[in-house]
Design a protein around this ligand. Structure first.
Ligand code: ATP
Ligand code: MG
Length: 251
């Protein structure tokens, strides 16, 4: 699914290297969790994978189903099945969430050579998915993310994910700011989308989310590199002991 080899990323304006030789492989259907101290480069990694401006890849490759996505524009990456849920979702004033979803879906379908959804088909799909996620149709009439509470933004992201049916979902701290019920809604949403042909990279600080979304692998990112990988027990170890011993071992 995804193979990151010796990735180096720097912030274009300042030249500081943030990702420094990162290697990571995510298999088809795998849920990989990335944990790591504040400032270790987790969000930078997700931005670089999404193709956001301002993040310059200076070395390495990222193969997404065998294709080097570093050559592709952000929208081409999305059309090829990459989905990113950001730590701080963007607000789009003036565009109803519903219309945003429809436009996003149909532009991706077009890029893949598929027919656009008709309005009734789209409405049926959106009703079904939002019902499951506890999102009201009223909320979908509001501009995307504008004035949404933290938890509502996260739910709206899971809704986008459910509608777009991506192959690889990268979720940056989707758990932060969620109340207990919303955490369950979001993790149930993710679990419902799990399947042999869809992989996830879940960035989180807490074992709590990983009790609901049980990962196949856990990776520790520190100073721009993966310094340790393991199974779900690694997250339990981190929750109990913090990062100190793993960082000391890697030094
Ligand atoms: N646009 C930028 N300009 C300057 N420095 C930046 C920029 N973006 C990221 N950095 C720096 O890169 C480092 C990694 O940041 P990043 O947001 O990737 O960390 P993170 O692992 O996601 O942290 P957190 O757990 O707090 O979300 C930090 O030291 C941050 O200050
Ligand atoms: Mg971050």
């Amino acid at each position: 699914m995804l193979e990151i080899r010796n990735l180096h990323v720097r912030i274009e304006d300042e030249g500081t290297e943030i990702i420094r030789g990162l290697n990571l492989t995510v298999k088809d259907g795998e849920v990989a969790a990335i944990m790591g101290p504040n400032g270790s480069g987790k969000s930078t990694l997700s931005y670089a994978l999404s193709g956001r401006d301002g993040y310059e890849v200076t070395e390495g490759e990222v193969l997404f189903n065998g294709v080097n996505i570093l050559e592709m524009e952000a929208d081409e990456r999305a059309a090829s099945g990459l989905f990113l849920a950001f730590q701080y979702p963007v607000e789009i004033p003036g565009v109803a969430t519903m219309n945003f979803l429809k436009a996003a879906m149909n532009s991706q379908r077009k890029a893949r050579g598929e027919a656009a959804y008709s309005t009734p088909d789209f409405i049926r799909k959106v009703r079904e998915a939002s019902g499951r996620l506890g999102i009201s149709m009223e909320m979908l009439k509001r501009p995307l993310n504008v004035g949404f509470s933290g938890g509502e933004k996260k739910r709206a992201e899971i809704l986008q994910m459910a509608m777009l049916e991506p192959k690889l979902c990268i979720m940056d701290e989707t758990d932060s700011g969620l109340d207990i019920d919303a955490l369950k809604v979001v993790s149930d949403g993710v679990n419902a989308l799990r399947g042999p042909e869809r992989s996830f990279i879940v960035i989180t600080h807490y074992q709590r989310l990983l009790e609901h979304i049980v990962p196949d692998s856990v990776h520790v990112l520190y100073k721009g590199r993966i310094i340790q990988s393991g199974g779900k027990e690694l997250a339990q170890h981190l929750e109990a002991n913090g990062y100190a011993d793993i960082i000391a071992d890697a030094a």
